[in-house]
Design a protein around this ligand. Structure first.
Ligand code: ATP
Ligand code: MG
Length: 342
């Protein structure tokens, strides 16, 4: 591959891809940005094929047709599930689809930086590389929180906490490319909030009919920690008739259920550093990912960390694209020697 020429080559499309458990997004150097839910579905049989009319469906469309499809969410729990080659195929299809969505010109070379959950990178780097390699000419795979940190120019003395669906990823930036030691992943994240909310609602309202997808939507609409002034009531069918249900306490408890582990891990990661750096990092904690949209979460964490000295927690402006925008910036800036030859 002629990487030395490619920097000057007009005909390169740089892309940043955030490959997430629940949502995947792409930002491209032709100023296009797109996202899909990370679902892939293939028709179950030839009848299904006639019903859906195409060999592979993605995102919301795949979910809507799920009864006709073998449906796959390949990065559940942040790892391409072992031994199921369809997951690798699904990642490949998602990447190809995301690239189609940003309309590369015919013959244009694609240089991609792909951000994945930190654990996926550790366990499945080769599988990810294989899945992406077919569609791009140059590749670098990084962790999601590093991509976010790079995009926000948080290169020194900061801690990025990416609260996603399958995992919450922590990444300390201290002026170099982060190593494994600078990163940590825990499973307390969006999906675990959904699990908790689902089971407490089943217990409280045994006659109400709802599914996990509805529960996730309730959470996304009303999520909060600590307190909010308003009531939280949602309509759920009972005996086929929509009935308002009070779910405020359940939402609060489910959202707060991830906070002890989040606080503990934050403290643990910061404590490894020299005290002088600890102070700086504590004043530069940034929340990213869909979970950062939980109302009150910044204040909650700031308060929980107060006993360890002053700290400042902020949130990214655009959780949906901060990973892919950061990956794109990295793709544009990166010196040639860091690209992995394919
Ligand atoms: N307003 C909201 N309040 C609470 N949670 C939300 C909100 N909006 C989205 N989420 C949750 O954020 C999660 C998705 O976030 P994100 O897109 O960052 O995850 P991901 O990158 O797909 O997952 P991961 O980083 O684990 O691979 C989902 O669990 C979703 O329900
Ligand atoms: Mg993510």
């Amino acid at each position: 591959m002629k990487q030395d020429d490619s920097r000057k080559d007009e005909n390169v499309l740089f892309v940043g891809i955030d490959l997430g458990t629940s949502r995947s997004s792409i930002s491209a150097s032709n100023d296009t940005r797109q996202w899909i839910e990370s679902y892939v579905g293939w028709p179950k049989d030839f009848i299904a094929m006639q019903v859906v009319g195409k060999p592979v469906l993605f995102g919301a469309e795949a979910l809507a047709n799920r009864l006709s499809l073998d449906l796959c969410r390949p990065l559940e729990h942040g790892v391409i599930k072992e031994g199921i080659s369809r997951n690798e195929e699904a990642v490949r299809d998602i990447i190809r689809h995301l690239l189609d969505l940003v309309n590369p010109q015919a013959g244009q070379k694609i240089h991609a930086v792909v951000g994945v959950p930190a654990d996926t990178l550790k366990v499945n780097k080769l599988a990810i590389r294989r899945a992406v390699a077919e569609s791009v000419d140059s590749l670098m795979v990084v962790t999601e929180p590093f991509a976010v940190a790079y995009g926000l120019n948080l290169l020194n003395n900061s801690l990025v906490i990416d609260i996603g669906a399958g995992t919450t990823d922590f990444c300390i930036m201290h002026g170099t490319i982060p190593t494994e030691d600078d990163q940590k992943t825990i499973l307390n994240a969006g999906d675990s909030i959904d699990d908790q909310l689902f089971s407490s609602l089943v217990e409280k309202y045994p006659n109400a009919r709802f599914n996990r997808n509805m529960v996730r939507q309730f959470k996304e609409q009303y999520s909060f920690v600590k307190d909010v002034a308003e009531e939280v009531r949602v309509e759920i069918p009972v005996d086929g008739k929509p009935v308002p249900h009070d779910i405020k306490n359940e939402i609060k408890r489910a959202c707060e259920s991830i906070m002890p582990a989040l606080t503990e891990t934050t403290i643990e990661m910061i404590a490894r550093f020299d005290p002088e750096f600890q102070v700086k990092i504590k004043n530069n904690i940034v929340l990213a990912g869909g979970g950062s949209l939980i109302r009150g979460i910044r204040e909650y964490l700031q308060e929980a960390l107060k006993e360890y000295g002053p700290c400042r927690v902020t949130g990214v402006e655009d959780p949906l694209f901060s990973g892919s925008d950061g990956a794109l910036k990295l793709a544009k800036d990166m010196p040639v020697k860091y690209w992995e030859p394919l």
